[in-house]
Design a protein around this ligand. Structure first.
Ligand SMILES: *[C@@H]1O[C@H](CO)[C@@H](O)[C@H](O)[C@H]1NC(C)=O
Ligand SMILES: *[C@@H]1O[C@H](CO)[C@@H](O)[C@H](O)[C@H]1NC(C)=O
Ligand SMILES: *[C@@H]1O[C@H](CO)[C@@H](O)[C@H](O)[C@H]1NC(C)=O
Ligand SMILES: *[C@@H]1O[C@H](CO)[C@@H](O)[C@H](O)[C@H]1NC(C)=O
Length: 419
């Protein structure tokens, strides 16, 4: 082989190598871009919000995260200009604010200062709740199961309560028995994920209940794997960093009473078969039970609140299956030490919190939080409900739900835990 031939060969090999490199690179960029492309249909509405944490050290992003993040930012910039133009000319978005102004003028009331004052108090409250959460997550002498694991160690199926709205950049972790039907409705309207005769629902209250709780209606984190494959965890982390994340909580004991009332005091075929029959057999010494809930109710066979509490405390329960979501601890549903929530709402202050949150999300002109007319379980009933529960059980129950009490700033119910 002459020197020229050798030279030619190396040029050819070099070129082939470069071409391969380019193909691999474009393949990755193309794919990532395709997935990220649909994520933002408008500029991120929350980039100017003070409440979105910028001061915290997020865990270091890997190279891949950084790469995806840059892509995301550049595609956002490109779309920023475009969307602003679209919004200016869009008849729908311009007609609503005008209506709003009209209302303000007609009523002759200075809403702007009222709203500002409300927001200030609300912001303080939020800062307080988020500080409590962070403090106890960081406090090593306060521990509970799964506290120390990292986000990467949370299995996909445990991320099934995180609902994503890519249109507005919102993530909602739903907690059953904490106004979750209405918040899911809000998420459906915002993400336009459900159509009514070809048109997305505009009013949360128009959405039928059975659709609200159908999991195929919502894009949840546990479905990312199917959609995005090997990119799913990176995408989750980017979305968790960029989007506004919120959840709603409630006094843990009151939530248990509420769960009991709705699943065992009302006729519920599914809960009767899956939970009431085993409880009645184990704790009330029944051997043969009717197969339908209406028959059981007619025969006076109902799970009592003490049966339910005994079921929660029974070590066999968790061995069979993890707690049902209606009584599973919030820390297990929403991973508050792994996910840095921007907003912690409480059922006890639902109306104020909802108004503030929709304002923060800048969607308060689009929809209102649906009012709730149902007979809500009140905190003042707690003593009556727990009167028949032995003291030792109450103390064990507190231990079981202690993390939820502490992380979300609910005082320890001393009156129930002492003689
Ligand atoms: C950490 O948690 C323990 C136990 O809950 C508590 O006694 C202590 O005051 C906490 N420390 C801080 C700094 O909050
Ligand atoms: C949930 O929705 C999907 C798609 O709309 C439908 O095929 C399915 O039957 C629904 N499931 C239930 C339990 O209603
Ligand atoms: C449960 O029922 C069986 C017979 O059906 C009876 O022998 C037993 O004493 C009962 N146990 C309790 C604790 O009531
Ligand atoms: C709400 O429910 C409680 C107990 O279930 C009942 O005592 C009360 O009368 C109900 N209130 C209304 C307004 O229905």
């Amino acid at each position: 082989m002459t020197k020229t031939q050798l030279f030619r060969l190396s040029v050819v090999l070099g070129s082939v190598f470069m071409i391969l490199l380019i193909i691999v690179y474009w393949d990755n960029v193309g794919m990532a871009h395709f997935y990220l492309h649909t994520s933002f249909s408008r500029p991120h509405p929350l980039s100017t919000l003070p409440s979105v944490s910028q001061d915290e050290d997020h865990e270091d992003l890997s190279d891949m995260d950084e790469f995806l993040e840059k892509l995301l930012i550049s595609s956002q910039k490109q779309k920023g200009l475009l969307n602003r133009k679209v919004e200016q000319t869009s008849p729908q978005s311009s007609s609503r604010p005008v209506l709003g102004n009209l209302e303000e003028n007609v009523r002759g009331y200075d809403w702007s200062t009222r709203v500002a004052r409300l927001s200030l108090d609300q912001e303080k409250l939020q800062a307080e709740r988020r500080r409590t959460l962070r403090e106890f997550c960081a406090n090593s002498s306060f521990s509970f199961p799964t506290k120390e694991r990292s986000f990467d160690d949370i299995p996909n199926y445990e991320l099934n309560h995180l609902i994503v709205d890519d249109r507005h950049g919102i993530i909602y972790c739903y907690v059953p028995k904490v106004a979750c039907t209405n918040w899911k409705r809000v998420m459906i309207v915002l993400s336009e994920s459900l159509l009514d005769q070809g048109v997305p629902y505009q009013d949360p209250l128009d959405i039928p209940r059975e659709h609200v709780h159908n999991s195929s209606t919502h894009l949840t984190f546990n479905k990312f794997w199917r959609r995005y494959g090997k990119f799913s965890r990176h995408l989750m982390k980017i979305k968790l960093k960029k989007y506004t994340k919120f959840l709603f909580v409630r006094d843990p004991f009151v939530r248990l009473i509420s769960a009991f009332r709705s699943k065992f005091e009302l006729e519920n075929e599914d809960f009767y078969r899956r939970f009431a029959i085993p409880m009645l057999k184990l704790y009330s010494n029944h051997t043969s039970l009717p197969t339908s809930v209406s028959e059981a109710f007619r025969a006076g066979l109902k799970v009592s609140f003490p049966d339910f509490i005994q079921y929660l405390l029974d070590p066999r329960t968790e061995k069979m299956a993890p707690f049902n979501e209606h009584w599973r601890q919030v820390y297990r549903l929403c991973h508050p030490c792994q996910i840095d929530y921007d907003f912690v709402g409480k059922l006890e202050t639902l109306n104020e919190d909802a108004a503030h949150l929709l304002q923060l999300l800048k969607v308060d002109r689009l929809l209102h939080f649906p009012p709730s007319y149902r007979n809500r379980t009140a905190s003042s009933w707690e003593e009556d409900w727990f009167a028949k529960i032995p003291l030792a059980w109450r103390q064990q129950l507190y231990k079981l739900y202690e993390a939820d009490f502490v992380l979300f700033g609910y005082p320890k119910p001393e009156n129930l835990l002492k003689d």
